[in-house]
Design a binder for this molecule. Sequence first.
Ligand SMILES: [Mg+2]
Length: 372
Amino acid sequence: MPLPVELTIRLHWVQVPLWEPFRISNGEIRVKDAILVEVQAGGTTGWGEASPLAGSAYSTETPQSTWDFLRDHLIPAFIEQPELDPLRCLDRLSELPGEPFARAGLEGALWDLHAQRVGVPLWSLLGGSNRPVESGAAVGLFTEVSDLLSRVEKFLNQGYRRIKIKIAPGQDLELIRALRQRFGNIPLMVDANAAYRLEDAKLFEEMDEYGLMMIEQPLAGEALAEHAELQRKLRTPICLDESADSLESIQSILRQGSGRILNIKVQRMGGLWPARQAHDLAWAAGIPCWLGTMPELGIASVQGLHLATLPNFTLPSDVQASERWFVEDIISPPISITPDGFLSLSDEPGTGCRVEIERVERYRIRFEELRR
Ligand SMILES: [Mg+2]
């Protein structure tokens, strides 16, 4: 496809209010930061989202570092020698290593643009299908068990198809026991966010009795051999999340048998296509996947859902309804789940959702425009 003469890229750093504070180890987040990448070419606009959490909760990237990299390096390099085909662009930009979140932002915009220009839905370009995706609810740590139970009850009533709770040393078996006692055999999993050590194996052997769908990232990110050793002791599958941060590390996980499930995150992989490659590696090895989140705003969440229709994403996604997190999402229609807990996509070209620019402007704290 010929390159349009006019090319405009706008970066919008937004802070969208959350319904309730999100508690992480080093503090509390009340707004969701994201850097939206708007690529306008030949009368068509594609949107992407680079979505690191403030306080570098899950990664070393911060909204500031992602903003700086996009504005000072990635976008200027792209403008200098534009390539609107997402795959060829990824190739070209591989000369600027690092910063997966920033890359995911530009790459997402190019996929959206490309899908619209060729007139097909994004899922079809990514090799997926228009099938509904199961949604699972993720619940944080609560000081009171009763608060956890009432939160889980609310999500079950809303239709979510599995419950994931966070665990930490001292807050683990007791929570699982309480949930099993109250809600019986619901689809339940736990996420340890790398908080344990191999010496805690006995605790996980006890956990094995509760019929969990999986135990997510019990040990440190780099502890692949230890994960393999722990997995050999357990019937419950281990799911790798923090460890699965690149194609190379996923290859090591598969080689060493560090787990039986993978949580694939588009932002961490540096875009939809690298995430698809991760899916393909796992598929070839017979390891099922699910699509994790940071969580992102609507733009990146919907793009992730298009990817999550690929055949080896067989477990419920962490993508939840927009209203679960945000007072107001920046897309229309917002993400919603059916009464039985599914997320669905449209057959329209592109992503099938519209970015509401007046909301973007309302929540925007920085803006930059680059033209060619
Ligand atoms: Mg996790």
